[in-house]
Design a protein around this ligand. Structure first.
Ligand code: COI
Length: 357
């Protein structure tokens, strides 16, 4: 099963019996089902080794494992799609590889050669081909992760790490347009911090404020800058886009915002769709003012899991502002449709984003 052109020597141990017959393909949810196998390798003595594909199973870790205490861990999220010819298409794994190493650097973790990152995905998918679902809203969600494994209580970068990849079946992440609340009190990231790294700390720190907002009926928060809470940054699961006066506006990256692959793809495809984009700071005042005046016609989030997720309601200072209902002519829908066509190989991949397995 391991392709000959793999430059890693990967040991394959296959499951005795696949779990695939347990899957309800008409109702995938998001990562309700994991595939049969996972990729795993070790970082020891300053190099990556022991490449293996094994049955998806629990890990054995020391209770003193530094990740459990000090959180030296990073991850990625990307997707593979099945087209009408049953080809498997992987979207922008090279971009995820680069971001993974940016996160690794910030968290004092070893980098992983981009070829190991992308080829281990290809090799795992080669074994899990049958698991990539068909259907325009379905995909295989690929979750690479790295974490420290030293059994060590104390603060220092670990010496030993695991890099692994698991895959889960993905339908939609949000089943309906989302309600988001502009957060003025809590902070997701501050300049000089780890906001741009895809590390567990960012998600853990966001849980409490998000749960508070969920009690008020919101799905997610719109995070604002940690200094003055005046400018919007991102939503915990997605980057943000607003359409004001027919212009698509998204906040700039900097070190407090995750460099989303979907965000980057959207900015790129806008030139093909004749959509004017502005990457610039956007204040809460501008958002509320344009909502009040009816100048904001759309707002949406963008992420690998969430894809393009239209926003229904923006909450601010105990007031809810509703956005117009989704229409086929919305920028969000045109962009979603164009990106899907690239992902499923239905139009020319001008950007060179798709890898056929
Ligand atoms: C992704 O979009 O890949 C993420 O990691 C976000 C998470 C909500 C699943």
């Amino acid at each position: 099963q391991i392709r000959k052109n793999s430059f890693m020597n990967i040991k394959l141990s296959k499951v005795k019996k696949s779990k695939i017959s347990d899957v309800d393909f008409s109702n995938l949810g998001f990562c309700k089902y994991y595939t049969d196998h996972m990729f795993i390798c070790d970082y020891e003595d300053k190099s990556w080794k022991n490449f293996r594909i094994v049955p998806f199973e629990d890990l054995k870790l020391s209770p003193a494992c530094t990740t459990l205490h000090y959180g030296q861990t990073i991850f990625e999220g990307l997707k593979a799609y099945k087209n009408d010819n049953d080809d498997i298409l992987i979207f922008r794994s090279d971009k995820n590889a680069k971001r993974f190493n940016i996160s690794a650097h910030r968290m004092c973790m070893p980098s992983i050669p981009e070829e190991i990152f992308t080829d281990s995905i290809n090799q795992l998918l080669n074994v899990e081909k049958d698991w990539v679902p068909s259907g325009k809203d379905n995909s295989l969600y690929i979750r690479p992760l790295m974490f420290a494994v030293d059994p060590y209580i104390g603060i220092k970068p670990a010496d030993k790490y695991i890099f692994m990849i698991i895959c889960g079946l993905a339908g939609g992440y949000y089943s309906e347009p989302v309600n988001v609340k502009i957060e003025k009190k809590y902070t997701r990231a501050i300049s000089g911090g780890v906001g741009y790294a895809k590390t567990a700390a960012n998600y853990a720190a966001a849980l409490y404020p998000a749960v508070e907002a969920q009690k008020e009926g919101y799905h997610q928060l719109i995070w604002t800058d940690g200094k003055e809470h005046n400018y919007v940054e991102e939503s915990g699961t997605m980057n943000l886009f607003f359409v004001i006066n027919n212009t698509l506006i998204t906040p700039p990256l900097g070190d407090t915002v995750l460099d989303g692959v979907t965000r980057d793809s959207i900015i790129s495809v806008c030139s093909e769709l004749d959509i004017k984009v502005e990457v610039r700071k956007i204040s809460i005042n501008e958002i509320i003012d344009s909502l009040d005046k009816g100048l904001m016609t759309e707002a949406f989030g963008a992420g690998t899991a969430a894809t393009v997720a239209p926003i229904k309601t923006i909450g601010y200072n105990s007031k809810n502002y509703n956005l117009p209902k989704i229409d086929k002519s919305d920028y969000s829908q045109k962009i979603l449709d164009y990106l899907n066509k690239i992902k499923f190989g239905k139009i020319e991949d001008k950007f060179g984003w798709v890898t056929k397995l």
